[in-house]
Design a protein around this ligand. Structure first.
Ligand code: MLT
Length: 273
């Protein structure tokens, strides 16, 4: 596994890379970073090259990273960032795996350039836009980030991100996730909250998804319920569905083995097509 920096025309992007072969792009959740994908980057099946970027503003920040356009970033901005990185890395087509916010960006990629996706993994995410209640929650989170900073966001979110089994049986994981969250800036968090708030409804897109798709849910996810994930999977032609029963919202961190097994099986199928 390598930590790399891509010098794109408008900004630098930190990304993690492992393996070689067909491309897999891993898009992280809010408010984490590419490091979320370390368990999968370390156990990638042979024949695959995984690239996990920090989404605009996250983790890889500082003067060299010139986080331009953070104030006005939308999910489409993030999708363009991912496409620019793929082009920079000579990746024409990739399987794109997005967890939660990463899934919202995967939908934006599907709208912008469906021909560049050879497969899609949607983990713990939803196609619907924010409800009125969720929009109010975003405003509360923006105010909390601005007034009390990343540590307060971590305190608020970690109990919701992790399922009850993980909280009971993997006590160290809460600290790992807290550390990932606290490495981010308030500006990155506010920008991503605004982007999620303004994301469009992707439900009309579901029936037209033409690439192989895997939907992954956490049996203990309180942020995106299994019935919501199940409905989304049934709306995507031919999509596969995996439930990791003892995981919450961060399935890939809470159940890394189950996640990589489901992902590897899916990638095997994509490679055989
Ligand atoms: C995430 O995990 O990316 C967030 O929970 C997504 C959201 O807040 O909608």
């Amino acid at each position: 596994m390598h930590v790399r920096v891509a010098n794109l025309p408008d900004r630098c992007v930190r990304y993690l890379e492992s393996g070689s072969g067909r491309a897999l792009v891993l898009l992280h959740a809010f408010p984490l970073s590419a490091d979320q994908w370390l368990p999968q980057l370390h156990r990638l099946p042979p024949g695959w090259r995984a690239v996990a970027p920090d989404l605009r503003g996250f983790r890889g920040h500082g003067p060299a990273f010139a986080d331009v356009g953070l104030e006005s970033a939308t999910v489409d901005t993030h999708a363009r960032d991912v496409l620019a990185l793929m082009t920079h890395l000579d990746i024409d087509r990739a399987v794109v795996a997005g967890l939660s916010m990463g899934g919202y960006i995967a939908f934006a990629l599907l709208r912008a350039a469906p021909e560049r996706l050879s497969g899609l993994v949607l983990a713990n995410t939803r196609a619907t836009p924010d409800s009125a209640e969720a929009l109010e929650g975003r405003d509360r989170m923006i105010a909390l980030a601005r007034s009390q900073g990343p540590a307060a966001i971590a305190r608020e979110m970690v109990p919701k991100l992790l399922g009850e089994t993980s909280r009971r049986e993997q006590p160290d994981l809460a600290q790992v996730v807290t550390t990932l969250i606290e490495r981010n800036t308030v500006d990155a968090m506010v920008s991503a909250l605004q982007a999620m708030k303004t994301r469009p409804d992707s439900t009309p897109l579901l029936a037209s998804i033409a690439c192989p798709t895997l939907v992954v849910a956490g049996g203990e996810d309180v942020l995106v319920t299994r019935s919501e994930m199940d409905r989304m999977q049934r709306a995507i032609p031919g999509a596969n569905f995996t439930i990791l029963e003892r995981a919450g919202h961060l399935t890939n961190l809470e159940a890394p083995t189950g996640f990589i097994e489901a992902l590897s099986g899916f990638l095997y199928g994509v490679a055989r097509r």
